[in-house]
Design a protein around this ligand. Structure first.
Ligand code: SAH
Ligand code: DHB
Ligand code: MG
Length: 222
């Protein structure tokens, strides 16, 4: 019996279907697997996006025809490589990272992935450093994945510096499972506020891709 539309859930929790999808869509190749492993060996926290999130980023970058993109939170370069794979030869990613060691690991990742000339790493607090690229806008895509308490500010930045039709994407939009409960720590509260602003703020038409962490996705409409 097919499920009636009003009973259709949000997301798919079946491990069997997940295994099947991994086999068919092959979201992580050897280059990405090496980046994930080397990042851990280098002592970086194991908080890169998931394999399917990475593939989503690549395909979404292609969908918006991204030539100029911004990423906030580089870590070891895993998601940055995914974004650059979704961009054309002349496409450029400006990626922001607070920790110089993370940035060094990412530099090696971009080199190994053959995208070093198109990846510009800005080391320092994104809040201060974003100013450096404002004159290069408007941008086509903005991916948020750094300090969660900064998301609202980054969303404002994206609203001001994306073109109409450009996309804002945000990892961890489910707030580590906490956004639907009341309260929570600073990060969870900030993520709850971020989602409300994205969904209801009027500047974006937005949806949620129900990955493990929640990948929020908005298109700038005005
Ligand atoms: N997008 C990465 C994962 C990012 S993890 C990937 O999927 O591969 C979050 C990163 O944001 C960490 O490397 C952390 O050092 C960085 N970060 C935290 N606060 C920041 C800030 N204020 N400005 C820039 N980077 C920040
Ligand atoms: C954390 C940050 C992330 O961006 C993530 O995807 C998972 C965990 C963290 O700060 O713990
Ligand atoms: Mg994240």
């Amino acid at each position: 019996m097919p499920i009636s539309p009003e009973e259709k859930g949000f997301g798919q929790g079946s491990p069997e279907l997940a295994r099947w999808a991994e086999k068919v869509f092959q979201p992580e190749d050897a280059v990405l697997a090496e980046i994930r492993a080397r990042s851990i060996r280098e002592g970086l926290p194991a908080i890169a996006v998931g394999r399917f999130d990475g593939l989503h980023l690549e395909v979404l970058a292609r969908l918006v025809g991204a030539r100029k993109a911004v990423e906030i939170g580089t870590l070891g370069g895993y998601s940055g490589v995914c974004l650059l794979r979704g961009m054309p030869e002349e496409g450029v990613l400006h990626t922001f990272e607070l920790d110089p060691h993370h940035a060094e690991v990412a530099r090696e990742s971009f080199r190994k992935a053959g995208v070093a000339s198109r990846a510009h790493i800005h080391v320092g607090s994104a809040k201060d450093k974003l100013r450096e690229v404002e004159h290069l806008g408007p941008f086509d895509l903005c991916f948020l994945d750094a300090d969660k308490t900064g998301y609202s500010g980054y969303l404002d930045w994206a609203a001001r510096h994306l073109r109409v039709g450009g996309a804002v994407l945000a990892d961890n939009a489910f707030g580590f499972g906490g956004v639907s409960k009341s309260g929570g720590d600073e990060a969870v509260q900030a993520l709850r506020r971020f989602n409300e602003e994205l969904a209801q703020g009027g500047r974006f038409r937005a949806t949620m891709i129900p990955t493990e962490e929640g990948l929020a996705l908005g298109v700038k409409v005005r």
